[in-house]
Design a protein around this ligand. Structure first.
Ligand code: FCB
Length: 470
């Protein structure tokens, strides 16, 4: 076992008392066992089994086999000292066809997982939707139709009825921007559509499903209800250039304000609705929807990986992920990047948190994901040295601390991710885990970053600033 850092060292940078340290995962990325316990098919089963959709044709059929190995995985979390664990419930395990009564075997799995977590003193944080829509609902239109929002709220109540006595924190959706736009306009995620009108309809029905679920779970007595977004830290390439500033404002609308404004009770931003109207009628927006979507939040989950820099670039075709972005260039950062090609820029996180605190005040923030892909492997002695991940996490925690110092109400931090897993369209090539997974044997090997995180949790903060030699 390798140890990085000394738990005995006095914390250089302490976090507020009660700050929650944890890690996050998602069902389809780790569970495997796709045909067990009465689970139905999801859109990610269909998508990953479609030739050409994922790197190496990888699927989540086996993934980390967490469905069978959850007890071992929870024991590892306990060794790291995690106070909280965010996982997602696979809707098709609970309702194989997306509707009707709960499948008891599906609920039983999460019941066992929650009991095991609680037994180790780890607080479960449940994400109700991390992208694995039942395929049967997709065949009726998926998120592009209104019915799916109602179905989602019904499913949420089934899960809450079973787990609500032990789960205090509920996250309705994970990154609805990805589900809507990567899934329906860029087509790089399930269900693989490339239709801007479908993207906006999906975004609205995700928002509506969120609002209905919050309302239902609040009535059922849920303690803390929130949502996880991936707000972009978007900035103009030249802050003095009006064209660049306008470009940044539009992208901010298409990724951030489209979700944040209605959820915080401001209704849809006019500039975003104007873009949506270019692609078709916005008749998905019905009377009363904005009030439903504005159901009060007890928590705002923020996933942050990298900033976005944009500039006016006349003639540039629209980025398919951002319908209406003709004439906008997405500028690659010149600095260091992770193996996703995502720029490493912790200051972007500080700026984002300050902006959220300023424009959307009053709701506590939890960093529900932050982490980095680097493909470090075990050396001859079995150790996985991953200094770049440690440096990434260290830098981003300093960035969170700076935002707290400037008044952002950040209550905790969850690393993405506990262990290497199925990274969606990137398959198994991209390794984000604190724990290395040897897929052929399913052996778990905590990386140096896992022990570094354990030591950090034990001391309640960061040790002396890193020297850059690591
Ligand atoms: C986020 C997803 C998560 C994982 C990370 C790398 O967008 O929520 O499942 O794929 O990116």
């Amino acid at each position: 076992m390798q140890t990085v850092g000394q738990s005995a060292v006095q914390a250089e940078l302490r976090f507020p008392a009660g700050f929650v340290w944890g890690a996050a995962t998602a069902a389809y990325q780790i569970e495997g066992a796709v045909s067990e316990g009465g689970r139905g098919r999801s859109i990610w089963d269909t998508f990953s089994h479609t030739p050409g959709r994922t790197a190496d044709g990888d699927t989540g059929d086996v993934a980390c086999d967490h469905y069978h190995r959850y007890a071992e995985d929870v024991a590892l979390m306990a060794r790291l000292g995690l106070a909280a664990y965010r996982f997602s419930v696979a809707w098709p395990r609970i309702q194989p066809d997306g509707t009707g009564p709960a499948n008891p075997a599906g609920l039983d799995f999460y019941d066992r997982l929650v009991d095991t977590l609680v037994g180790h003193g780890i607080d479960p944080i449940v994400t109700l939707y991390h992208w694995d829509l039942p395929q049967a609902l997709q065949e009726q239109g998926g998120w592009t139709v209104r019915q799916t929002a109602h179905r989602f709220a019904g499913y949420a109540e089934l899960v809450h009825a079973r787990l609500g006595d032990r789960v205090r924190t509920w996250v309705t959706l994970n990154e609805p921007w990805c589900a809507a736009f990567l899934g329906h306009t860029a087509g790089v995620h399930a269900p693989g559509q490339a239709d801007p009108a479908a993207g906006f309809a999906a975004a609205h029905h995700l928002l509506l499903g969120h609002g209905e679920a919050v309302r239902g779970l609040r009535a059922a007595g849920a303690e803390r209800l929130g949502v996880t977004l991936n707000p972009a830290a978007v900035r103009p390439a030249d802050p003095q250039a009006p064209g660049d500033v306008a470009a940044a404002r539009l992208v901010d609308g298409l990724q951030n304000r489209i979700f944040l404004d209605p959820m915080f009770g401001h209704g849809y931003p006019a500039d975003v609705l104007a873009v949506a109207r270019r692609f078709g009628p916005t008749d998905w927006l019905q009377d009363g929807d904005e009030a439903t979507i504005a159901a009060p939040l007890g928590l705002l989950g923020v996933n942050y990986y990298a900033p976005a820099v944009v500039a006016a670039r006349p003639g540039e075709p629209a980025n398919p992920t951002y319908p209406g972005s003709e004439g906008i260039g997405f500028i690659p950062s010149p600095g260091p990047a992770t193996e996703m090609g995502w720029a490493i820029e912790p200051a972007g996180l500080t700026g984002l948190l300050e902006r959220l605190a300023r424009d959307y005040p009053g709701v506590p923030i939890l960093i529900t994901e932050n982490g980095a892909a680097f493909a470090d492997r075990p050396d001859a002695g079995g150790r996985v040295a991953d200094p770049r991940r440690i440096a990434y996490l260290d830098g981003h925690l300093r960035a969170v601390h700076a935002a707290i110092d400037r008044g952002a109400d950040v209550r905790g931090y969850l690393v993405w991710t506990l262990m290497d897993n199925f990274e969606w369209a990137e398959g198994y090539r991209k390794r984000f885990g604190l724990i290395y997974v040897d897929y052929p044997t399913q052996r778990r090997v905590p990386k140096d970053s896992a022990w570094w995180y354990r030591d950090l949790i034990a001391r309640g903060g960061l040790a002396a600033p890193r020297t850059g030699r690591e």
